[in-house]
Structures are given as C-alpha cells and as structure tokens.
Design a protein around this ligand. Structure first.
Ligand SMILES: *[C@@H]1O[C@H](CO)[C@@H](O)[C@H](O)[C@H]1NC(C)=O
Ligand SMILES: *[C@@H]1O[C@H](CO)[C@@H](O)[C@H](O)[C@H]1NC(C)=O
Ligand SMILES: *[C@@H]1O[C@H](CO)[C@@H](O)[C@H](O)[C@H]1NC(C)=O
Ligand SMILES: *[C@@H]1O[C@H](CO)[C@@H](O)[C@H](O)[C@H]1NC(C)=O
Ligand SMILES: *[C@@H]1O[C@H](CO)[C@@H](O)[C@H](O)[C@H]1NC(C)=O
Ligand SMILES: *[C@@H]1O[C@H](CO)[C@@H](O)[C@H](O)[C@H]1NC(C)=O
Ligand SMILES: *[C@@H]1O[C@H](CO)[C@@H](O)[C@H](O)[C@H]1NC(C)=O
Ligand SMILES: *[C@@H]1O[C@H](CO)[C@@H](O)[C@H](O)[C@H]1NC(C)=O
Ligand SMILES: *[C@@H]1O[C@H](CO)[C@@H](O)[C@H](O)[C@H]1NC(C)=O
Length: 555
C-alpha cells in the first residue's frame, strides 16, 4: 500500500489556468472609500479575498508566489518524519499548523459557492486565481491522502506553535505529522475531506444545480482533474464508512488535534459526504450515485439531523445539508428527493434565524450571535448564515420568505462591511477603517512573543482580504493584535465571504457598504482608552473581592 504513495513524488506540478497579466493586485485601502461603480468595488473585494489565501501558503513558493513579495518558502520538510512529502497547502490561521478538518470545510464551501455563483468569478477575471487557490489546497489534500485509508489530519505541534511568534523563516522545525488510518480511524475527518473532494469534483466537472438558478459554475472545467478528485472522494468515503477500525471522532484517535479542531460528531460529515458524492458522481454513475444518495438519506435519519437549529461551520454541517438536499431535489437530476419536504426543513431552520426564534440572539448593533460558537469568532457564524440564506432565498416557497431571507443576508453582510456601531469593515485592507492589527505572526513582522502588540508598533504587511474574528458580543472591536478572538484570521473565515462577494459581483449594482466610510469614521484611540479604564476598574473590583474572600476565609 505504501509503495503506491511513491507515485505522489513523481507527479509533475499540476497545471492550472493561466493567471492574468498584469496580475490583479489589491489597491490601496483608501480606494475602498471611493464610490466606483458597484461592480468594480465588488470585483476588488473578491480579488482581495482570494489574495488572502496566497499569503497563507506553506511550502516551496519559488514558482508559485507571484503576488506576495513578503512571503518566503517555509516548512518545506513537512512529512519527512513519515517519509512523505507533506509540504505545501495552507497555514490554518495566524500561526503555522496545517489542519485538514477545517481546510476540508473551507474547500467544500468555496467550491459549492463557485458552483452556484461561478459567473461572479468569471466576470471579475478571478477564475484563474480561484483555480490556483483551490488547487493549492486540493493538491496538498491529495498528498495528505497517500493510500485509500490513510489521511494526514495535522502537521505541526499546536503547543510548540503557540509558543512561537515570528515570521516564516523561524518556524519551529519539529513539525510532527499525524494521520488517521484503519487502526486509528477518524470518521469525521475522512468524510469531511471526501466532501471537499466531491464538491470540488462537481465544480471541475461543471455540474451546476439547475432549477431557478440561471448561473453556471466558474469556468475552470477540467475532466481529468475532476476525475482525480472524485477518486479521492470515493476512497475517503469508503474509509469513513467501512474502516476496519470502526467509526469514531478523529480526536479520539489523534488526541493532538483536540487542542485546535476537535470534532463534536460525525453524522453530519457522513451525510454531507454521501450527498456531495451522489451529486459529483452524476447520472453517468447510475446506481453508484443513487446508492450514495440513499446513504445520505439513511444517515440523515440515523443521526436525527432533522429539526436542528445549530450554527453552520467547520464542525457543524447540518444546516448546509438541508440546503443541499433541497438543491438536489430541485435539480430533477434523477436522484429524487421531495422538494416540498426539504423546503419545509430549510424554512423551519431559516425562519428561526430571521425571526430570532432559535438559539442565537442579536447584538445591540444587529449581528447574529450564537452563544458558544460566536464567542471566539463573532463574524463567522453570521457570515455562514448569510451565505446559506443568500443561496436558499431564491428557492423559498413564498415571495415573503424570499424577500425576508435576502434582506436578512444583506443585513449581516452589510454589518461585516462596516454597517456596525464601530463603523469598521472587518476585512483587512479594504477601507481606511479596516482592522490594522490582524493576529497573524507573518503579517505582523514581529518576533517578540511577550510584546506582540507593540513590536513592531505598526503591523509590517497589510494582509489584504483577510476577514478577522470580529467584535465582541457588545459589538466592540479594539483592533489589538494579541486579542486573537477579535483579530485572528483563518482559512474558514474567508470562505462564506467569497461566495457572497461572487454573488454580489453578478447581481448588485450598489457599492459595498464600506465605500461610504471615510477615513477616521472609526476612532480607535477613544476605545483603547476605554478598554484600559475598564480593565483598571475590573482589576480594582477583583482586588477588593479577593481581599473580602480572604477575610471571609480567615473567619
Ligand atoms: C487539467 O488538469 C490536469 C491535472 O491537473 C492538467 O494536467 C491539465 O493540463 C489540465 N487541462 C487543462 C486543459 O487545463
Ligand atoms: C524550491 O523549488 C525550486 C525548484 O522549483 C528549487 O530550485 C529550490 O531549491 C526549492 N527550494 C527549497 C527551499 O526547497
Ligand atoms: C477582464 O479581462 C478582460 C480581458 O482582458 C477585460 O476586457 C475586462 O475589462 C476585465 N474585467 C475586469 C472586471 O477586470
Ligand atoms: C521573508 O524573508 C524576508 C527576508 O528575510 C523577511 O524580511 C520577511 O519578513 C520574511 N517574511 C515573513 C512572512 O517572515
Ligand atoms: C496507524 O497509525 C498508527 C500511528 O498513529 C500506527 O501505529 C499504525 O500502525 C497505523 N496503522 C495502519 C494500519 O497503518
Ligand atoms: C435539470 O437538469 C436535468 C438534467 O440534469 C433535466 O432533466 C431537468 O429538466 C432540469 N430541470 C430544470 C428545472 O431545468
Ligand atoms: C461498505 O461495506 C459493505 C459491506 O461489504 C458494502 O456493501 C458497501 O458497499 C461498502 N460501502 C462503501 C461506501 O464502500
Ligand atoms: C412531499 O412532502 C410534502 C410535505 O412533507 C408532502 O405533503 C407530500 O405528500 C410529499 N410528496 C411526495 C410525493 O411524497
Ligand atoms: C439578484 O437580485 C435580485 C433582486 O435584487 C433577486 O431577485 C435575485 O434573486 C438575485 N439573484 C441571485 C442569483 O441571487
């Protein structure tokens, strides 16, 4: 089995679409305060969002890094500890681990969006960058899957990584590679990677959902690449379903992932993997495709995924399953599915969101907030909801719902683009009021872990296009580099924003909200003073409390 993996060393660099000449480069943030035509600003936003992923690349960049002069090759020896080449791929967030589970979700989400709103990528001339972005991730995921039942799920040591703050030239070299396999299975991670491969196989085979969509997938069709992706999807699905080691969450096999991306369950991954595989393998697969679809229906029942009100994110995929079932039912693809029933499931879920009738609440300035899931990254759950609502709104059963869903999605998008109590567009480099201090060791230019905020005083490089964690639950954003829940960036944070931006490129004559924000709309100094006062007051109160407790105990 391991000899098969040698094949991966001799594969040539897989060719992608030719990149535009001259290349797209993010304009100065000040241009984001100018009201160009709507589409020009949306084009730039989409371009910037993709640019972020180029800055997150790991591995040997000598032939691929054309646009980010401040990035160098790094971690080129990844995988040597297990005699494999696991170099390449993307750094997960502000630090240097490579994490397969959230990467898989990111790729699945972006490919799904490029199936539905691919015309947006085409119209803005970003399709070649989309292709490059996807292949850089997918080609790494192929290397991480060197035999049918082996998948590398983490490269790097989360603890070592947390103890390092610096550029890409000093990354701690002890970067262990962790895999799941038949003795150490991980149903969620295997099924999650399978879903990423399937969703992207559908994109590369130009399999759009029909129905009320007049759109077509992004123009990067490539039958041979699609077939490669589909083969990995099938193998990983079989591994997830039939591993001789049984089914379990991947952190119970690889405890090292628990510190960063432990998974809560695997029923949702099994279902979405089966569903995307049914769609990707297409009518030509006949029985196989139908079998995958039946599997999806069976898992959906077995794991009782109906009637949930959960967030949609890297760990929790059920809301996406409702929408995907509805899209497949609407496409009359021969797979079946009762559109009316799936609409009812979707609308139960979405009505609870827009009518404030579920587990989430709204911050004072209007952001959808899920207690728990939103605590460490407020924007991501809201953006994922906006993305699903945008996609579903056209399929809603009544004009009232269509309007309500589209309006709600727009409100959350506007919030992220600066219509909030801080007047901050939460995308780095898009406007003068954008965050200046994203929690990214590479972009900061600093290497003093004890003085992340002040060394250097100004962030060295602008991490264009990065969506940050977001404000706190009171809507306050302090733009402090060490404050990772507010300022960290991550692969999965950008994913829903890409799909939303692609849709707006196609379909919005209005400019993004941030163009109305002039420099200075966000005055950080006042806030920081407030933060200092609050923490001093807090410290005094805490001191008094401890003093009081001490007295009590002595009595
Ligand atoms: C399709 O993808 C394959 C595999 O990456 C590549 O070798 C080939 O050149 C691509 N074909 C076209 C027409 O882009
Ligand atoms: C990166 O790849 C190039 C060939 O594309 C090679 O010349 C160079 O030595 C490699 N760099 C590293 C750091 O491995
Ligand atoms: C896309 O490229 C074409 C051909 O080079 C050009 O005519 C068009 O203006 C470009 N569109 C955008 C939005 O950059
Ligand atoms: C890349 O190398 C240059 C030159 O050593 C350095 O100035 C820059 O900070 C490095 N980039 C990162 C992200 O560490
Ligand atoms: C699975 O990986 C573990 C190391 O985590 C290893 O001990 C075991 O031999 C592997 N099993 C198979 C079937 O490769
Ligand atoms: C959707 O596509 C299928 C073929 O894949 C076709 O049979 C069906 O008529 C299409 N439905 C609509 C509503 O366009
Ligand atoms: C799992 O194993 C069963 C029993 O051998 C087989 O019928 C089924 O097709 C397998 N499923 C997959 C997805 O390979
Ligand atoms: C589809 O679902 C709806 C709502 O659950 C139900 O009323 C209808 O009978 C179902 N249709 C079929 C053909 O099963
Ligand atoms: C485009 O916008 C119109 C009106 O704003 C809306 O009716 C339509 O559903 C949108 N299309 C897409 C693809 O979202």
């Amino acid at each position: 089995m391991w000899t098969l993996s040698l094949l991966h060393f001799v594969l040539p660099v897989l060719s992608q679409l030719a990149l535009p000449q001259p290349p797209f480069l993010p304009p100065n943030p000040s241009s984001g305060a100018q009201a160009f035509t709507g589409s020009a600003q949306w084009n730039t936003l989409l371009g910037n969002l993709l640019f972020f992923y180029e800055a997150q690349r790991s591995g040997n960049l000598s032939s691929t890094n054309t646009r980010v002069p401040w990035r160098n090759s790094s971690a080129v020896d990844d995988g040597k500890d297990v005699d494999l080449d696991l170099s390449g791929g993307y750094y997960d967030a502000g630090d240097f681990i490579k994490a397969t589970f959230p990467l898989s979700f990111t790729l699945m989400s972006i490919c799904w969006g490029a199936i539905d709103y691919g015309q947006g990528y085409d119209m803005s001339n970003q399709t070649a960058y989309l292709d490059a972005m996807l292949r850089y991730g997918l080609d790494w995921l192929i290397k991480a899957h060197p035999s049918p039942s082996t998948l590398y799920v983490l490269v790097g040591d989360t603890n070592l990584d947390d103890a390092y703050w610096g550029g890409d030239q000093g990354i701690p070299t002890n970067r262990p590679s962790y895999a799941i396999n038949d003795t150490k299975p991980g149903t969620d991670a295997a099924a999650g990677a399978s879903a990423a491969f399937s969703a992207c196989a559908a994109l590369y085979s130009n399999r759009g959902f029909n129905g009320s969509y007049s759109n077509h997938p992004a123009s990067l069709q490539n039958a041979s690449y699609a077939q490669t992706l589909l083969t990995h999807a099938e193998q990983l699905y079989t591994f997830a379903v039939n591993s001789t080691g049984g089914q379990k969450t991947y952190q119970s096999s690889v405890p090292a992932v628990a510190a960063s991306y432990g998974s809560s369950s695997y029923g949702d991954e099994l279902t979405i993997a089966a569903l995307f595989l049914a769609w990707a393998s297409g009518a030509s697969a006949g029985d196989a495709s139908a079998t995958y679809y039946q599997d999806a229906q069976r898992y959906f029942k077995q794991y009782q995924l109906n009637n949930e009100n959960d967030v949609f994110n890297w760990d929790s995929k059920t809301p996406g399953i409702y929408v995907l079932f509805a899209q497949i039912a609407q496409s009359s693809s021969g797979l079946g599915g009762n559109l009316t029933a799936w609409q009812a499931e979707c609308e139960r879920y979405f009505d609870a969101i827009v009518n404030n009738d579920g587990p989430a609440f709204f911050t004072n300035d209007g952001l959808l907030y899920y207690p728990g899931d939103s605590d460490d990254a407020t924007l991501n759950p809201a953006l994922n909801a906006a993305m699903l609502l945008t996609r579903y709104s056209q399929m809603a059963s009544t004009p009232e719902r269509q309007a309500a869903y589209a309006k709600f999605a727009q409100s959350q998008l506007d919030y992220v683009l600066g219509k909030n109590s801080m007047s901050v567009p939460y995308i780095v480099g898009s406007n003068p009021n954008s965050p200046q201090n994203p929690h990214s060791a590479m972009a900061s230019g600093g290497n003093d872990i004890d003085n992340i905020d002040t060394s250097p005083p100004q962030e060295a490089y602008v991490l264009y296009g990065a969506v940050v964690g977001g404000p706190d639950k009171h809507g306050k954003f302090y733009d402090i580099r060490s404050d990772w829940p507010e300022t960290e960036i991550a692969l999965d944070y950008n994913a829903p924003m890409l799909t939303l931006a692609a849709m707006h490129v196609m379909n919005d004559t209005n400019v993004p909200f941030f163009t109305s924000l002039q420099a200075g709309a966000y005055d950080k100094t006042v806030l920081i003073a407030l933060a200092v006062i609050l923490s001093v007051v807090g410290a005094v109160i805490l001191g008094l409390l401890i003093w009081y407790l001490c007295i009590l105990i002595r009595k």
